[in-house]
Design a protein around this ligand. Structure first.
Ligand code: HEC
Ligand code: HEC
Length: 208
């Protein structure tokens, strides 16, 4: 325990310090979140009618990466990606690293609950497919910051389906500068058809 903490601390000093952003102020972020709540829900629970996914329960490191990814145009800049484009405009409104840190600190306080099941599939078949996914997303879909794979457990199933199709169709993960998206895109390509997508999503639903 002592040793690993020392290593983590050492890495933080070596890698993190020159770029360190002060930890966010959740109270300040709460006010800014009111804009986000219109689509993502007051508790970050997601809203299928607004096509905006659950944010509650997701790792702050991943939310930060996605906001930056939208800002840089790795996400939400491809013709045909109307959902991503809508979100890109919102991400552009998060104007400073401090504002982003505050927002994320607030989102991290939101309660993480299970999402409703809207996608039907064969979870047993999906379990076999998920064996590949677990390496980066965790065996229980809890996410792995080390591997860069976000938490999938508890994420809205309709959103997971949309993103897998976005990766397959090149709307996401095809920009040469999108390092993490480019790791995920070939993994989505492994899912042969819509039935395979639904099956793996049915299995992920069983993990929440
Ligand atoms: C007008 C509606 C709208 C508002 C307001 C909005 N979003 Fe979004 N957001 C979306 C949609 C739609 C998506 C899904 C994009 C896609 O399908 O690729 C999204 C996706 C995201 C994602 C990616 C989540 C993931 O798991 O991939 C993050 C993070 C996010 N929004 C954060 C925010 C924050 C923070 C705010 C407030 C500053 C905000 N959003 C405001 C509609 C909105
Ligand atoms: C080699 C590692 C790796 C494997 C294996 C992998 N993924 Fe991913 N996945 C990622 C990374 C990294 C991201 C984040 C991409 C980004 O930052 O935009 C991601 C993102 C996703 C997302 C988007 C979630 C969101 O909130 O935006 C979904 C859905 C997803 N993966 C599902 C799967 C499924 C299902 C499998 C198995 C078929 C799988 N992944 C296998 C690395 C992987």
């Amino acid at each position: 325990m002592k040793i690993s903490r020392a290593i983590v601390l050492g890495l933080t000093i070596v890698l993190g310090a020159p770029f360190a952003v002060a930890a966010g102020d959740a109270a300040a972020g709460k006010g800014a979140y009111a804009v986000c709540a219109a689509c993502h829900g007051p508790n970050g629970e997601g809203n299928v009618a607004m096509r905006a996914p659950r944010l509650a329960g997701q790792g702050g490191w991943y939310i930060e990466r996605q906001l930056k990814s939208f800002q840089a145009g790795h996400r939400g800049s491809k013709p045909g990606d109307s959902d991503g484009m809508q979100m890109r405009g919102l991400a552009m409104s998060v104007s400073s690293p401090e504002a982003m840190a505050n927002l994320i600190a607030y989102i991290e306080t939101l309660p993480s609950k299970a999402s409703a099941t809207t996608v039907q599939g064969d979870a047993a078949a999906g379990k076999t497919l998920y064996m590949t996914c677990g390496a980066c997303h965790g065996q229980n879909a809890e996410g792995s910051e080390q591997m860069g794979g976000p938490r999938l457990a508890g994420l809205d199933d309709w959103y997971i389906v949309r993103q897998l199709k976005n990766f397959k169709g090149g709307l996401r993960g095809s920009d040469p500068a999108d390092t993490f998206g480019r790791q995920m895109a070939p993994m989505a390509a492994v899912l042969a058809d819509d039935a395979a997508i639904n099956n793996v999503v049915a299995y992920i639903n069983s993990l929440q």
